[in-house]
Design a protein around this ligand. Structure first.
Ligand code: URP
Ligand code: ZN
Ligand code: ZN
Length: 460
Protein backbone atom coordinates (compact mmCIF):
# COMPACT_ATOMS: atom_id res chain seq x y z
CA UNK A 1 0.00 0.00 0.00
CA UNK A 2 1.53 3.32 -1.02
CA UNK A 3 0.08 6.78 -1.28
CA UNK A 4 1.40 9.96 -2.86
CA UNK A 5 -0.13 13.34 -2.03
CA UNK A 6 1.05 15.89 -4.57
CA UNK A 7 1.39 19.66 -4.52
CA UNK A 8 -0.41 20.37 -1.28
CA UNK A 9 0.53 23.20 1.07
CA UNK A 10 1.74 21.37 4.15
CA UNK A 11 0.80 23.09 7.40
CA UNK A 12 2.09 21.95 10.77
CA UNK A 13 2.17 23.74 14.11
CA UNK A 14 5.41 25.44 13.04
CA UNK A 15 5.95 25.00 9.28
CA UNK A 16 4.29 25.94 6.00
CA UNK A 17 5.59 24.81 2.60
CA UNK A 18 4.51 23.18 -0.66
CA UNK A 19 5.76 19.61 -1.20
CA UNK A 20 4.69 16.06 -2.01
CA UNK A 21 4.20 13.46 0.72
CA UNK A 22 4.89 9.81 0.03
CA UNK A 23 3.59 7.14 2.39
CA UNK A 24 4.56 3.48 2.33
CA UNK A 25 2.54 1.14 4.47
CA UNK A 26 1.32 3.11 7.47
CA UNK A 27 3.98 5.80 7.71
CA UNK A 28 5.21 8.89 5.92
CA UNK A 29 8.50 7.88 4.28
CA UNK A 30 9.39 10.87 2.09
CA UNK A 31 8.57 14.56 1.84
CA UNK A 32 10.03 16.27 -1.20
CA UNK A 33 9.36 18.37 -4.27
CA UNK A 34 8.18 16.63 -7.44
CA UNK A 35 8.14 12.99 -6.30
CA UNK A 36 7.43 10.81 -9.36
CA UNK A 37 4.51 8.45 -8.69
CA UNK A 38 5.91 4.97 -8.01
CA UNK A 39 4.09 2.11 -9.77
CA UNK A 40 0.88 1.14 -7.99
CA UNK A 41 0.77 4.20 -5.73
CA UNK A 42 -2.56 5.90 -5.09
CA UNK A 43 -2.04 9.52 -6.15
CA UNK A 44 -4.02 12.41 -4.68
CA UNK A 45 -3.82 15.85 -6.22
CA UNK A 46 -3.75 18.39 -3.39
CA UNK A 47 -3.10 21.49 -5.53
CA UNK A 48 -4.78 24.53 -3.99
CA UNK A 49 -5.42 22.63 -0.77
CA UNK A 50 -3.83 22.45 2.66
CA UNK A 51 -2.39 19.24 4.02
CA UNK A 52 -2.77 19.05 7.80
CA UNK A 53 -1.71 16.32 10.23
CA UNK A 54 -4.72 14.22 11.21
CA UNK A 55 -6.66 16.03 13.90
CA UNK A 56 -6.88 14.67 17.42
CA UNK A 57 -9.86 15.01 19.70
CA UNK A 58 -8.54 14.49 23.26
CA UNK A 59 -12.00 14.35 24.89
CA UNK A 60 -14.82 12.16 23.59
CA UNK A 61 -17.45 9.87 25.05
CA UNK A 62 -18.18 7.27 22.38
CA UNK A 63 -19.22 4.59 24.84
CA UNK A 64 -20.71 6.19 27.97
CA UNK A 65 -23.24 4.89 30.46
CA UNK A 66 -24.35 8.16 32.05
CA UNK A 67 -27.32 9.62 33.93
CA UNK A 68 -29.47 6.53 33.48
CA UNK A 69 -28.85 6.12 29.76
CA UNK A 70 -26.06 5.63 27.19
CA UNK A 71 -24.43 8.05 24.77
CA UNK A 72 -25.86 7.25 21.35
CA UNK A 73 -22.80 6.66 19.18
CA UNK A 74 -21.10 3.33 18.77
CA UNK A 75 -17.41 3.01 18.02
CA UNK A 76 -18.38 2.48 14.39
CA UNK A 77 -20.63 5.54 14.03
CA UNK A 78 -18.55 7.78 16.28
CA UNK A 79 -15.21 7.10 14.65
CA UNK A 80 -16.75 7.37 11.16
CA UNK A 81 -18.16 10.78 12.13
CA UNK A 82 -14.76 11.76 13.51
CA UNK A 83 -13.09 10.93 10.21
CA UNK A 84 -15.71 12.77 8.17
CA UNK A 85 -14.70 15.86 10.12
CA UNK A 86 -10.94 15.26 9.83
CA UNK A 87 -10.31 13.70 13.26
CA UNK A 88 -8.07 10.66 12.85
CA UNK A 89 -7.38 9.90 16.53
CA UNK A 90 -9.60 10.35 19.53
CA UNK A 91 -9.17 9.84 23.24
CA UNK A 92 -12.23 8.33 24.87
CA UNK A 93 -12.75 8.05 28.62
CA UNK A 94 -12.81 4.60 30.20
CA UNK A 95 -15.00 5.29 33.26
CA UNK A 96 -15.73 2.62 35.87
CA UNK A 97 -18.81 3.16 38.00
CA UNK A 98 -17.77 3.89 41.57
CA UNK A 99 -18.54 0.32 42.60
CA UNK A 100 -16.95 -1.20 39.50
CA UNK A 101 -13.40 -2.54 39.14
CA UNK A 102 -11.12 -0.54 36.80
CA UNK A 103 -9.99 -3.68 34.93
CA UNK A 104 -13.62 -4.66 34.34
CA UNK A 105 -14.35 -1.22 32.90
CA UNK A 106 -11.31 -1.54 30.62
CA UNK A 107 -12.67 -4.87 29.32
CA UNK A 108 -16.06 -3.28 28.74
CA UNK A 109 -14.59 -0.38 26.73
CA UNK A 110 -12.50 -2.82 24.69
CA UNK A 111 -15.54 -4.96 23.99
CA UNK A 112 -17.18 -1.87 22.48
CA UNK A 113 -14.18 -0.64 20.51
CA UNK A 114 -12.24 -3.66 19.27
CA UNK A 115 -12.84 -4.43 15.62
CA UNK A 116 -15.31 -1.55 15.28
CA UNK A 117 -13.25 1.64 15.22
CA UNK A 118 -12.56 3.33 11.89
CA UNK A 119 -10.00 5.83 13.27
CA UNK A 120 -7.31 5.36 15.92
CA UNK A 121 -8.20 5.77 19.56
CA UNK A 122 -6.94 5.46 23.10
CA UNK A 123 -8.45 6.00 26.56
CA UNK A 124 -7.96 8.23 29.55
CA UNK A 125 -8.44 5.98 32.58
CA UNK A 126 -10.95 7.44 35.02
CA UNK A 127 -10.21 6.94 38.71
CA UNK A 128 -13.65 6.96 40.31
CA UNK A 129 -12.61 5.20 43.53
CA UNK A 130 -9.17 4.90 45.14
CA UNK A 131 -8.51 2.07 47.55
CA UNK A 132 -5.88 -0.69 47.83
CA UNK A 133 -7.76 -2.91 45.39
CA UNK A 134 -8.12 -0.25 42.72
CA UNK A 135 -4.55 1.03 43.04
CA UNK A 136 -2.98 -2.21 41.80
CA UNK A 137 -5.43 -2.35 38.90
CA UNK A 138 -4.72 1.24 37.94
CA UNK A 139 -0.98 0.46 37.94
CA UNK A 140 -1.67 -2.52 35.68
CA UNK A 141 -3.73 -0.34 33.30
CA UNK A 142 -0.87 2.15 32.98
CA UNK A 143 1.38 -0.75 32.01
CA UNK A 144 -1.19 -1.63 29.32
CA UNK A 145 -0.63 1.77 27.69
CA UNK A 146 -3.15 4.07 29.39
CA UNK A 147 -0.84 6.96 30.21
CA UNK A 148 -3.43 9.47 31.44
CA UNK A 149 -5.94 9.50 34.27
CA UNK A 150 -9.27 11.25 34.61
CA UNK A 151 -10.89 12.44 37.79
CA UNK A 152 -14.24 14.12 38.34
CA UNK A 153 -14.66 16.75 41.02
CA UNK A 154 -18.30 16.92 39.85
CA UNK A 155 -20.96 14.19 39.74
CA UNK A 156 -20.74 13.31 43.43
CA UNK A 157 -22.23 9.89 44.15
CA UNK A 158 -21.62 8.74 40.56
CA UNK A 159 -18.10 9.32 39.17
CA UNK A 160 -16.90 11.99 41.60
CA UNK A 161 -14.10 11.31 44.09
CA UNK A 162 -13.42 12.59 47.59
CA UNK A 163 -10.42 14.79 48.43
CA UNK A 164 -8.52 11.94 50.08
CA UNK A 165 -8.89 9.92 46.89
CA UNK A 166 -7.86 12.92 44.81
CA UNK A 167 -4.70 13.25 46.89
CA UNK A 168 -3.81 9.57 46.48
CA UNK A 169 -4.61 9.57 42.77
CA UNK A 170 -2.37 12.55 42.09
CA UNK A 171 0.41 11.01 44.22
CA UNK A 172 0.22 7.83 42.15
CA UNK A 173 0.09 9.80 38.91
CA UNK A 174 3.20 11.71 39.93
CA UNK A 175 5.03 8.48 40.79
CA UNK A 176 4.07 6.87 37.47
CA UNK A 177 4.64 9.95 35.29
CA UNK A 178 1.02 10.02 34.21
CA UNK A 179 -0.94 13.22 33.59
CA UNK A 180 -4.32 13.59 35.31
CA UNK A 181 -7.19 15.16 33.43
CA UNK A 182 -9.94 16.67 35.56
CA UNK A 183 -13.55 17.80 35.38
CA UNK A 184 -13.39 20.82 37.67
CA UNK A 185 -16.73 21.73 39.23
CA UNK A 186 -17.28 21.62 42.99
CA UNK A 187 -19.81 18.80 43.53
CA UNK A 188 -20.96 20.04 46.96
CA UNK A 189 -21.84 23.46 45.59
CA UNK A 190 -23.63 21.96 42.58
CA UNK A 191 -25.73 19.72 44.85
CA UNK A 192 -26.62 22.59 47.18
CA UNK A 193 -27.53 25.00 44.37
CA UNK A 194 -29.56 22.35 42.55
CA UNK A 195 -31.53 21.54 45.71
CA UNK A 196 -32.32 25.23 46.31
CA UNK A 197 -33.47 25.80 42.73
CA UNK A 198 -35.72 22.73 42.74
CA UNK A 199 -37.19 23.73 46.12
CA UNK A 200 -38.07 27.11 44.57
CA UNK A 201 -39.85 25.34 41.71
CA UNK A 202 -37.13 26.26 39.22
CA UNK A 203 -37.14 22.98 37.35
CA UNK A 204 -36.84 24.08 33.70
CA UNK A 205 -33.86 23.69 31.38
CA UNK A 206 -32.54 27.24 31.83
CA UNK A 207 -31.88 26.66 35.55
CA UNK A 208 -29.11 24.18 34.79
CA UNK A 209 -26.78 27.16 34.30
CA UNK A 210 -27.62 28.66 37.68
CA UNK A 211 -26.80 25.40 39.45
CA UNK A 212 -23.26 25.52 37.99
CA UNK A 213 -22.22 29.19 37.76
CA UNK A 214 -18.66 30.21 36.83
CA UNK A 215 -17.51 30.38 40.48
CA UNK A 216 -18.37 26.69 40.90
CA UNK A 217 -16.01 25.89 38.03
CA UNK A 218 -13.40 28.37 39.25
CA UNK A 219 -13.47 26.78 42.72
CA UNK A 220 -13.09 23.31 41.20
CA UNK A 221 -10.15 24.53 39.13
CA UNK A 222 -8.49 26.21 42.10
CA UNK A 223 -9.08 23.06 44.16
CA UNK A 224 -7.25 20.93 41.62
CA UNK A 225 -4.46 23.50 41.35
CA UNK A 226 -3.89 23.41 45.12
CA UNK A 227 -3.56 19.61 45.13
CA UNK A 228 -1.37 19.57 42.01
CA UNK A 229 0.91 22.23 43.47
CA UNK A 230 1.45 20.46 46.78
CA UNK A 231 1.98 17.07 45.15
CA UNK A 232 3.91 18.27 42.08
CA UNK A 233 1.55 16.37 39.78
CA UNK A 234 0.91 17.19 36.11
CA UNK A 235 -2.71 18.09 35.49
CA UNK A 236 -4.98 18.97 32.57
CA UNK A 237 -8.24 20.85 33.03
CA UNK A 238 -10.86 19.45 30.64
CA UNK A 239 -13.68 21.48 29.09
CA UNK A 240 -12.78 24.83 30.63
CA UNK A 241 -15.62 27.21 29.79
CA UNK A 242 -15.04 30.63 31.33
CA UNK A 243 -12.76 33.50 32.25
CA UNK A 244 -13.02 32.85 36.00
CA UNK A 245 -11.74 29.27 35.73
CA UNK A 246 -9.01 30.22 33.27
CA UNK A 247 -7.70 32.82 35.71
CA UNK A 248 -7.39 30.14 38.42
CA UNK A 249 -5.46 27.85 36.09
CA UNK A 250 -3.19 30.65 34.84
CA UNK A 251 -2.47 31.92 38.34
CA UNK A 252 -1.39 28.41 39.24
CA UNK A 253 0.72 28.15 36.10
CA UNK A 254 2.58 31.32 37.12
CA UNK A 255 3.21 29.68 40.51
CA UNK A 256 4.85 26.80 38.67
CA UNK A 257 2.03 24.27 38.58
CA UNK A 258 2.29 21.93 35.59
CA UNK A 259 -1.16 22.58 34.19
CA UNK A 260 -2.57 22.42 30.69
CA UNK A 261 -6.02 23.65 29.68
CA UNK A 262 -8.55 22.35 27.18
CA UNK A 263 -11.62 24.16 25.90
CA UNK A 264 -14.39 22.96 23.60
CA UNK A 265 -15.75 24.06 20.26
CA UNK A 266 -19.16 24.40 21.96
CA UNK A 267 -17.89 27.12 24.32
CA UNK A 268 -16.35 29.06 21.43
CA UNK A 269 -19.49 28.91 19.30
CA UNK A 270 -22.49 28.80 21.65
CA UNK A 271 -23.50 30.87 24.66
CA UNK A 272 -26.03 30.41 27.45
CA UNK A 273 -28.89 31.89 25.42
CA UNK A 274 -29.02 28.60 23.49
CA UNK A 275 -29.87 26.71 26.65
CA UNK A 276 -32.58 29.30 27.34
CA UNK A 277 -34.45 28.57 24.09
CA UNK A 278 -38.18 28.33 24.65
CA UNK A 279 -40.02 25.11 25.40
CA UNK A 280 -37.67 22.19 25.83
CA UNK A 281 -35.45 23.20 22.86
CA UNK A 282 -32.78 24.42 25.28
CA UNK A 283 -32.15 20.83 26.40
CA UNK A 284 -30.16 20.31 23.20
CA UNK A 285 -27.64 22.71 24.73
CA UNK A 286 -27.38 21.31 28.25
CA UNK A 287 -23.92 20.19 29.22
CA UNK A 288 -21.57 20.62 32.18
CA UNK A 289 -19.97 23.05 32.72
CA UNK A 290 -22.85 24.95 31.10
CA UNK A 291 -22.66 27.26 28.10
CA UNK A 292 -21.57 30.67 29.40
CA UNK A 293 -22.21 34.38 28.85
CA UNK A 294 -20.99 35.49 25.44
CA UNK A 295 -18.09 37.63 26.64
CA UNK A 296 -16.23 34.44 27.64
CA UNK A 297 -15.86 33.46 24.00
CA UNK A 298 -13.38 36.22 23.22
CA UNK A 299 -11.39 35.30 26.32
CA UNK A 300 -11.18 31.68 25.17
CA UNK A 301 -10.24 32.54 21.57
CA UNK A 302 -7.48 34.87 22.78
CA UNK A 303 -6.26 32.23 25.21
CA UNK A 304 -5.95 29.73 22.35
CA UNK A 305 -4.04 32.13 20.13
CA UNK A 306 -1.68 33.08 22.97
CA UNK A 307 -1.20 29.53 24.25
CA UNK A 308 -2.91 29.75 27.65
CA UNK A 309 -5.34 27.15 26.33
CA UNK A 310 -3.49 24.29 24.66
CA UNK A 311 -6.18 22.10 23.12
CA UNK A 312 -9.57 22.25 21.46
CA UNK A 313 -11.77 19.20 22.06
CA UNK A 314 -15.47 18.31 21.81
CA UNK A 315 -16.45 16.35 24.94
CA UNK A 316 -18.66 14.63 22.37
CA UNK A 317 -21.53 13.11 24.40
CA UNK A 318 -24.52 12.56 22.11
CA UNK A 319 -28.00 12.09 23.57
CA UNK A 320 -31.10 12.17 21.36
CA UNK A 321 -33.51 15.08 21.62
CA UNK A 322 -36.37 12.59 21.26
CA UNK A 323 -36.19 9.83 23.83
CA UNK A 324 -33.16 10.82 25.92
CA UNK A 325 -33.07 14.56 26.68
CA UNK A 326 -36.78 14.40 27.77
CA UNK A 327 -35.70 12.33 30.81
CA UNK A 328 -35.27 15.79 32.33
CA UNK A 329 -38.44 17.42 31.04
CA UNK A 330 -39.74 18.11 34.53
CA UNK A 331 -36.38 18.42 36.31
CA UNK A 332 -33.27 19.89 34.67
CA UNK A 333 -31.07 17.68 36.87
CA UNK A 334 -32.18 14.63 34.88
CA UNK A 335 -31.38 15.96 31.38
CA UNK A 336 -28.49 13.82 30.06
CA UNK A 337 -25.57 16.24 29.89
CA UNK A 338 -23.79 16.57 26.57
CA UNK A 339 -23.70 18.41 23.22
CA UNK A 340 -22.57 16.38 20.19
CA UNK A 341 -19.90 17.96 17.98
CA UNK A 342 -17.25 15.38 17.06
CA UNK A 343 -17.91 15.73 13.33
CA UNK A 344 -18.02 19.52 13.24
CA UNK A 345 -15.17 20.59 15.54
CA UNK A 346 -12.49 21.06 12.88
CA UNK A 347 -14.67 22.74 10.25
CA UNK A 348 -16.14 25.19 12.76
CA UNK A 349 -12.70 25.92 14.20
CA UNK A 350 -11.35 26.57 10.70
CA UNK A 351 -14.35 28.67 9.64
CA UNK A 352 -14.58 30.85 12.75
CA UNK A 353 -10.96 30.67 13.85
CA UNK A 354 -8.80 30.82 10.72
CA UNK A 355 -11.25 32.39 8.26
CA UNK A 356 -12.68 34.55 11.03
CA UNK A 357 -9.18 35.97 11.69
CA UNK A 358 -9.05 34.86 15.35
CA UNK A 359 -6.21 32.34 15.10
CA UNK A 360 -3.52 31.60 12.53
CA UNK A 361 -3.14 28.35 10.61
CA UNK A 362 -0.33 27.08 12.83
CA UNK A 363 -2.31 27.65 16.00
CA UNK A 364 -5.26 25.91 14.35
CA UNK A 365 -3.14 22.78 13.83
CA UNK A 366 -1.46 23.08 17.20
CA UNK A 367 -4.71 23.32 19.21
CA UNK A 368 -6.67 20.77 17.19
CA UNK A 369 -3.90 18.19 16.81
CA UNK A 370 -0.27 18.74 17.86
CA UNK A 371 -0.74 19.74 21.51
CA UNK A 372 -2.95 16.74 22.25
CA UNK A 373 -0.30 14.44 20.75
CA UNK A 374 2.42 16.07 22.85
CA UNK A 375 0.55 16.25 26.14
CA UNK A 376 -0.78 12.69 25.90
CA UNK A 377 2.34 10.90 24.70
CA UNK A 378 1.64 10.33 21.00
CA UNK A 379 4.06 12.83 19.44
CA UNK A 380 5.62 12.64 16.82
CA UNK A 381 3.79 9.47 15.82
CA UNK A 382 0.64 11.62 15.71
CA UNK A 383 0.10 15.37 15.54
CA UNK A 384 2.62 16.34 12.88
CA UNK A 385 3.79 15.68 9.33
CA UNK A 386 7.31 14.32 9.27
CA UNK A 387 9.14 11.25 8.07
CA UNK A 388 8.29 8.34 10.38
CA UNK A 389 4.98 9.79 11.55
CA UNK A 390 1.79 7.82 10.97
CA UNK A 391 0.27 8.69 7.59
CA UNK A 392 -2.78 10.30 9.19
CA UNK A 393 -3.35 13.22 6.85
CA UNK A 394 -6.12 15.66 6.07
CA UNK A 395 -6.12 17.19 2.60
CA UNK A 396 -8.30 20.19 3.35
CA UNK A 397 -10.32 22.25 0.88
CA UNK A 398 -10.43 25.83 2.23
CA UNK A 399 -12.86 26.89 -0.49
CA UNK A 400 -15.61 24.40 0.24
CA UNK A 401 -18.88 25.94 1.38
CA UNK A 402 -21.56 23.90 3.07
CA UNK A 403 -24.24 23.81 5.74
CA UNK A 404 -24.24 21.68 8.90
CA UNK A 405 -27.34 19.55 9.35
CA UNK A 406 -28.55 16.49 11.23
CA UNK A 407 -30.01 15.36 7.88
CA UNK A 408 -26.54 14.85 6.48
CA UNK A 409 -24.29 14.28 9.49
CA UNK A 410 -22.81 10.88 10.33
CA UNK A 411 -23.03 11.09 14.15
CA UNK A 412 -25.69 8.77 15.54
CA UNK A 413 -27.81 11.45 17.19
CA UNK A 414 -31.11 12.99 16.09
CA UNK A 415 -30.14 16.65 16.20
CA UNK A 416 -27.19 18.87 15.46
CA UNK A 417 -26.54 21.81 17.81
CA UNK A 418 -25.19 23.76 14.83
CA UNK A 419 -28.15 23.04 12.54
CA UNK A 420 -28.12 25.39 9.52
CA UNK A 421 -24.72 26.91 10.34
CA UNK A 422 -22.51 27.57 7.29
CA UNK A 423 -18.99 26.19 7.11
CA UNK A 424 -16.16 27.38 4.90
CA UNK A 425 -13.78 24.48 4.41
CA UNK A 426 -13.90 20.74 4.88
CA UNK A 427 -11.68 17.69 4.43
CA UNK A 428 -11.24 16.70 0.78
CA UNK A 429 -9.38 13.50 1.67
CA UNK A 430 -8.64 11.95 5.08
CA UNK A 431 -6.18 9.08 5.56
CA UNK A 432 -5.70 6.74 8.49
CA UNK A 433 -2.21 5.25 8.58
CA UNK A 434 -1.95 5.40 4.80
CA UNK A 435 -5.46 4.26 3.90
CA UNK A 436 -7.90 6.72 2.36
CA UNK A 437 -10.90 6.82 4.71
CA UNK A 438 -12.82 9.87 3.49
CA UNK A 439 -13.05 11.30 0.01
CA UNK A 440 -15.18 14.32 -0.95
CA UNK A 441 -17.49 13.96 2.01
CA UNK A 442 -17.96 10.19 1.69
CA UNK A 443 -16.67 7.53 4.05
CA UNK A 444 -14.60 5.04 2.03
CA UNK A 445 -12.55 3.56 4.88
CA UNK A 446 -12.65 0.26 6.71
CA UNK A 447 -14.59 -0.53 9.85
CA UNK A 448 -12.13 -2.12 12.28
CA UNK A 449 -9.04 -0.44 10.86
CA UNK A 450 -8.82 1.91 13.82
CA UNK A 451 -6.15 0.80 16.30
CA UNK A 452 -5.75 1.25 20.03
CA UNK A 453 -2.74 3.54 20.54
CA UNK A 454 -0.66 2.44 23.47
CA UNK A 455 1.06 5.31 25.29
CA UNK A 456 4.02 5.60 27.64
CA UNK A 457 4.01 7.90 30.69
CA UNK A 458 5.84 11.15 29.86
CA UNK A 459 5.20 13.57 32.71
CA UNK A 460 7.81 12.82 35.36
O1 URP B 1 -21.96 17.57 29.90
C1 URP B 1 -20.98 16.86 29.72
N1 URP B 1 -19.80 17.41 29.76
N2 URP B 1 -21.16 15.54 29.48
C2 URP B 1 -20.19 14.55 29.35
C3 URP B 1 -19.59 14.11 30.65
C4 URP B 1 -18.52 15.07 31.11
O2 URP B 1 -18.69 15.70 32.15
O3 URP B 1 -17.49 15.21 30.46
ZN1 ZN C 1 -16.75 16.48 32.38
ZN1 ZN D 1 -16.38 14.59 29.09
Amino acid sequence: MSLLIKNGEIITASERYVADIYCEGEQITRIDKDIAPPPGATVIDASGKYVFPGFIDPHTHIYLPFMGTFAKDTYETGTKAALMGGTTTLIDFCIPMRNEEPLAAYDTWNAHSEGKACCDYTYHMAVTRFDDGTESQIRELVSKGLASFKIFLAYGGAFGIEDEELYKTLKLAKELGVITTAHCENATLVDALQAELIAEGKTGTKWHYYSRPPRVEAEGTNHLMTFAELIGAHVYVVHLSCDEALREAMEAKYRGVNVWVETLIQYLMLDMTYAEKPGFEGAKYVMSPPLRLKHNQEVLWNAIQHGAISTLATDHAPFDFEGQKPMGKDDFRMIPNGIPSLEDRVNLFFTHGVKGGRIDLHKFVDAASTQAAKIFGMFPRKGTIQIGSDADLVVYDPNYEGIISADTHTMNVDYNPFEGWPIQGRPHVVTVRGEVAVQEGKFVGTVGRGQFISREPTHF
